[in-house]
Design a binder for this molecule. Structure first.
Ligand code: F3S
Length: 415
């Protein structure tokens, strides 16, 4: 690989141990993928920021980097952590040793200049790359949003490579950093009118399974708001490993069908009609069990408009005794929701605003056992996909309104 002078000095150890180790990781990665050079990145989003993922070894590694005076040059935000650091008390009751370890990990990142956002929606919280910017992001739902909706260029970074990018300010130029690799591969003709947000999640879930790592191009979608694009991408990246999608006439690299495919022919054509939509919803509702113990909204972390919807649906009502309602979001969005009175409405009704963490990346086992949580309702296809494997939940999937009804009644689709 060709390195510029500064990159070579980092590799030679002239800029300190953390940058040397980081450059060794990146040059090795570049060699594996046949990159010719490094490309500077303007932003990093750090996966593995939860101690549930990092564990003792990962936490120690990051602490060592901080002790050796590693420092992040690009703006770097942290992905979702393992507990709600915005609260003085350990309200949810996660194991104290995990809370302590999370504080150590967050502290080490902060010492290196990391922005301790702890959220999977950095793009709603100040880390907002523009079209054509090269970035190094982890967290599948954030990666696909950055590539598809913002038109930024990122590969799917893991913990070590994102950390290396933050320390050096560059990544090897391969994969989605190259324009020719961003062309669509699978044509998806959507033949049903999509209006509700959960319909976008179901579409993503259906198509992700077919595409695996390939890039879908959607036609037939007339409009989609930010929350819907967020849910579509998160679902595509859950049932599949999709890192980029195009919607003709909506996303920035797809002004036309021809532009989306870069003049090439699709490898496969898929129709998405009523039958496929029904299949997608059936796959996401994999239980006949009607009783619900926990309702979780905000995966990816809820936007302020999603929190407003929850507050409107809950106003003047009460969550059923013994049922939990979690609304998961980022700390700055919770602060805004507090100012707007939404947090009060949700918590007066018996719900809980949870920030910095989520059901998948928190140490939920003790909470699940303590509170006998078995069935979960959500409006997130991503959460519906991961909750059974990660924590053994039986899952119902539907709209935010259906989820709030489940929270109030303790049952799914109570007639
Ligand atoms: Fe975010 Fe956790 Fe879902 S990181 S995308 S809320 S699984």
């Amino acid at each position: 690989m060709q390195l510029n002078e500064e990159q070579q000095e980092m590799l030679d150890g002239k800029k300190g141990v953390p940058k040397k180790k980081a450059m060794e990781i990146l040059t090795k990665l570049g060699e594996i993928y046949g990159a010719e050079k490094m490309v500077p990145v303007t932003s990093v989003h750090m996966p593995g920021s939860s101690v549930v993922v990092a564990g003792h070894a990962g936490t120690k590694f990051v602490e060592n980097m901080a002790a050796e005076k590693g420092f992040f040059s690009p703006f770097t935000t942290l992905n979702t952590g393992a507990c709600d650091l915005s609260r003085q008390e350990n309200t949810i009751g996660f194991p104290e040793d995990m809370v302590e370890m999370q504080k150590r990990l967050t502290g080490a990142y902060e010492k290196m200049g990391g922005c301790t956002l702890h959220s999977c929606v950095p793009y709603l919280n100040g880390n907002v790359p523009r079209k054509g910017e090269h970035i190094a992001w982890g967290e599948s739902s954030a990666i696909i949003f950055a590539n598809s909706v913002l038109g930024a260029y990122t590969n799917r970074e893991g913990g070590p490579t994102a950390l290396a990018a933050a320390l050096t300010g560059c990544v090897p130029e391969y994969g989605l950093h190259l324009k020719e690799n961003r062309r669509g591969q699978v044509l998806v003709d959507v033949k049903v009118l999509l209006t509700a947000t959960e319909e976008f999640g179901a579409l993503g879930y259906y198509v992700g399974e077919i595409c695996e790592e390939r890039i879908p191009v959607f036609t037939g979608i007339e409009k989609a708001n930010l929350d819907q694009l967020k849910m579509l991408g998160a679902a595509l990246a859950s049932s599949g490993a999709v890192a980029l999608y195009h919607i003709v006439g909506i996303t920035p690299e797809a002004p036309t069908l021809e532009a989306a495919f870069g003049g090439l022919q699709p490898q496969q054509e898929v129709n998405y009609g009523e039958a496929e939509k029904k299949t997608a919803f059936a796959k996401l509702n994999r239980t006949g069990e009607d009783s619900i113990q926990i309702v979780a909204l905000g995966c990816p972390h809820a936007s302020i408009s999603e929190i407003r919807e929850v507050a409107e649906l809950l106003a003047g009502r009460q969550v059923k005794d013994g049922v939990k309602l979690w609304v998961m979001t980022a700390f700055p969005i919770k602060a805004l929701a507090e100012r707007l009175g939404y947090v009060k409405i949700i918590e007066d009704a018996g719900g809980l605003m949870v920030c910095d963490t989520c059901i998948i990346l928190a140490p939920m086992k003790t909470v699940i056992e303590r509170d006998g949580l078995a069935s979960l309702a959500t409006n997130s296809a991503k959460l519906a996909h991961y909750a059974p494997g990660q924590w053994g939940f039986k899952v119902h999937y539907g709209s935010a309104a259906q989820c709030i009804e489940a929270a109030v009644n303790g049952r799914w689709n109570l007639k």
